[in-house]
Design a protein around this ligand. Sequence first.
Ligand code: SAM
Length: 281
Amino acid sequence: MDNLSNIGVIKDLLTRYGFTFSKSLGQNFLVNPSVCPRMAELGGAAPGVGVIEIGAGIGVLTAELSKRAEKVVCIEIDRRLLPILDETLAGCSNVKIVNADVLQVDLQALIREEFPGMPVVVCANLPYYITSPILMALLEQRLPIDAITVMVQREAAQRLCAEPGTREVGAISIAIRYYSLPKVLFQVSRGSFMPAPDVDSSVIRLDIPRQPLVDASAPAFFKVVRAAFSMRRKTLSNCLASGLGISKTDAVQLLGQAGIPASARAEQLTLKQFTDIANLV
Ligand code: SAM
């Protein structure tokens, strides 16, 4: 069905199916016609490419992905949307809807079965209440995917894509960079959604190289990152001492071995410095 971002068409659909938005499922549907084609293009939907979408809504992004990609598998938790999607995506023979919670799906198996031999990307307007858990689940499983392009709240985008050494950086920014190269693609205003959320949004893309970006084991690296950001106003040595369960003297010595001053703060560290500490722990 065309015009899926036309407010009249959406209202008519929702009324006919008696659908009401669920706030707890993060249901803010896109109604700005320029956003989905742009997301699909920049997300890498192209001939020969398999796309995983999370949260179909009424299928406005799904339809744009379907036009460009080889195949689209969309995971949607809300079964009330299934009959609507049957109607709106009737002409999209390369789309499969899986009615499930994305955090419960075996994505390795799904990729193996649905996209054999194909490059795969993720493209989605994420439900904001679980942005970080979804992104970390996608990254930690080391899925054979090339990129993740997602709409997130603008503040979350700034944190997720923050450069190490800047004020915006937090544990999640460093965690994202362990697995991927993040960048903000474009901004989307709150008026582009129905119902309009209280905040603006951004589309970000995480490119996932085949080779590891960080030369430290994930458990050691994440233990250090969690400890380093555990107390925002404390120095790194205090955070490491309490987070790693070592004495302050040992923490200062550890930092000295990595060539980092004891007075440093977590947000000042480079990725390489987190890596060095992880390899010394
Ligand atoms: N893609 C549509 C659009 O852009 O208009 C809908 C996006 S809306 C922000 C998020 C969608 O994710 C909703 O359709 C919601 O039902 C679905 N959703 C929420 N939690 C989910 C979960 N855990 N697993 C899969 N889908 C989920």
